[in-house]
Design a protein around this ligand. Structure first.
Ligand SMILES: Nc1ncnc2c1ncn2[C@@H]1O[C@H](COP(=O)(O)OP(=O)(O)OP(=O)(O)O)[C@@H](O)[C@H]1O
Length: 240
C-alpha cells in the first residue's frame, strides 16, 4: 500500500502537485491518467524518491520513505524515457544493475525470452530501436520480482505483439498479488489492466476510485468517454 498525504511539489513558479492525497491499494492495479504535463510522472518520481516533495508525507507499506532509499529494493520502475549509459551493451547493463542492487534476478531469462531480447543482448544501448529500449526497461523493472511495479507509459513504441505480451505479463504480475501503477494515454489499455483510476488535473486529483464506480457515475461504458466528460467539465483547467 502506498499512502500519499498532502504532497506538494513546485518547480520554480510552477505548482505541479498542489497537495495530493491518495492511497494506492496493495495487490491491485491503479492507472494514473491526465493531460500532458498534468504531473503524473512527477507524482511517480516523488514516490520513488527521485523528486523530493516540498511538503507532505509518503509511506510505502506503512513506512515513511527512508533517506537511503532501501524501500526501493521492493520496487520496479519502468520510466517513460529511460536514459542508459549508451556505450554499454544490453547484457552489460543487466549485469551492472544486478551488481548495483546486489540482488539475484528471478525472471531475467524468462523476460529476455518473452520480449525476444536475446538477439539484442550484444548490442550497445545507443544502437537499440525505440521499442527494444522499452523492452529493456520493462525487463529491468520486473526481473527482480518486486512487490510494487511502476510503469510510465509502458507500451508507447511497442509493436502490437510486444504490447500484447507486455499486458499479459502485467496481468500475471497482478494475479501474483503485485501492486501495479501505470500511466498511459491509451484508455483501452488501462481498461484492460487496472482496477482503480486516478485522474490528475491541474495539480489536483480530480477523480480517484474504482473503474467500475467511474463508469457508473459518468454513465459511460468506456473509460475514454468518462475521462473526456470530466475534462469537458473543467475546460479551463484542461486548457491551462
Ligand atoms: N525537473 C523539472 N524541472 C522543471 N519542470 C519540470 C521538471 N519535471 C517536470 N516539470 C514540469 O512539471 C510538469 C509536469 O510534468 P510531468 O512530466 O509530471 O507531466 P505528465 O503528466 O507525466 O505529462 P505527460 O503526459 O506529457 O508525460 C510539466 O509542466 C513539466 O514541464
Amino acid at each position: 500500500m502506498i499512502e500519499i498525504e498532502n504532497v506538494k511539489k513546485s518547480f520554480g513558479q510552477l505548482d505541479v502537485l498542489k497537495g495530493m492525497s491518495l492511497t494506492i491499494p496493495k495487490g491491485q492495479a491503479t492507472g494514473i491518467v491526465g493531460p500532458n504535463g498534468a504531473g503524473k510522472t512527477t507524482l511517480i518520481k516523488t514516490i520513488l524518491g527521485l523528486v523530493k516533495a516540498d511538503s507532505g508525507l509518503i509511506k510505502v507499506n506503512g513506512q515513511p520513505l527512508d533517506k537511503d532509499g532501501k524501500y526501493r529494493k521492493n520496487i520496479g520502475y519502468m520510466p517513460q524515457v529511460a536514459r542508459y549509459p549508451e556505450n554499454m551493451r544490453v547484457y552489460e547493463l543487466f549485469d551492472f544493475i544486478k551488481g548495483l542492487r546486489d540482488q539475484d534476478p528471478v525472471y531475467e531469462e524468462e523476460l529476455i525470452d518473452q520480449f525476444t531480447l536475446r538477439p539484442e543482448l550484444e548490442k550497445s544501448l545507443r544502437n537499440l530501436s525505440g521499442g527494444n529500449r522499452q523492452k529493456v526497461g520493462a525487463t529491468l523493472a520486473m526481473m527482480f520480482n518486486p512487490d510494487i511495479l511502476f510503469f510510465d507509459e509502458p507500451t508507447a513504441g511497442l509493436d502490437p505483439r510486444s504490447s500484447h505480451k507486455f499486458k499479459k505479463r502485467v496481468e500475471n504480475e497482478k494475479e501474483d498479488g503485485k501492486t501495479v501503477i501505470i500511466t498511459s494515454h491509451i484508455m483501452s489499455e488501462l481498461e484492460q489492466l487496472v482496477d482503480h483510476v486516478v485522474f490528475i488535473l491541474d495539480g489536483n486529483i480530480r477523480y480517484y476510485g474504482s473503474m467500475e464506480k467511474l463508469l457508473n457515475e459518468s454513465n459511460e461504458t468506456r473509460l475514454e468517454a468518462a475521462i473526456a466528460t470530466m475534462m469537458d467539465e473543467d475546460p479551463q483547467e484542461v486548457a491551462a
